[in-house]
Design a protein around this ligand. Sequence first.
Ligand code: PAF
Length: 286
Amino acid sequence: MHIISSAAEMQRIALDCKRSSKLIGVVPTMGYLHAGHASLIRAAHEECDIVITTIFVNPLQFAPTEDLSRYPRDLARDTAIASEAGTDMLFTPTVEEMYTPDFAVNISIGGVTAPFEGEFRPTHFDGVATVVAKLFLLTQPDIAFFGQKDYQQCMVVQKMVRDLAFPLEVRICPTLREHDGLAMSSRNVYLSAEDRINALVLHKALQEAQRLVESGERTRSRIEDLMKSIVVSMSIPHLRVDYIVAADAQTLEQPDVFAETQEIVLLLALRLGSTRLIDNMVVRAV
Ligand code: PAF
């Protein structure tokens, strides 16, 4: 596996690969890789000739109050995981390499960025879109792989790719879960032993809501109330609910009653102490 930290070198190599008609798969990450990232790399390896994994903790997508400085990092471990999963090139730029002091671009996407994450992290998706666009230009993917765990982020990237006509496909891969259902996330490392147990409430609420929808419930408030009641019933200390919602899986609109066969996404964001966790599940109304 080749490790590249220069943006210019990354772009030159990627353009060379393109000229020799190699199919490039890119897996953008912020590092501290886990089995979920490894599954994206493996999916890229199956479909593409060259797999580029990027590791960059992007300051633009963190608000000043968020966890940028304590975001977990372990490049040695990441290198081993990325290589083992099938990465050909690991792109690990520094902040200075990605953003020169006079960097002045901000990509702001309307619509799908507004609700849910957008309400609680108003500048987050601008930062994500800006860095992902730059990573796409530097790595020239034919296919870019993202995890469904960050559902709204996937929609934002898809929207950007469509609206700006990036010549690539966005592949959304399933969320990987721990044995007990907790969605894998680099931020799980922040959880205390007690919070780790309490964090199971996200998956439990999603599973119960899935059962409710599959039993024929289509009224949004009933679906959301069930998830909220499950979260409240756990009496979790230091819990803050950012949102617990059901929405149309494509538009994120929230009708009072979902239509028969409509695809619904169930989304939660909770703070357990200082750790913010998100999870989601897509389910079809009957
Ligand atoms: O999902 C992430 O890890 C990040 O938001 C991404 C897509 C790598 C952009 O920094």
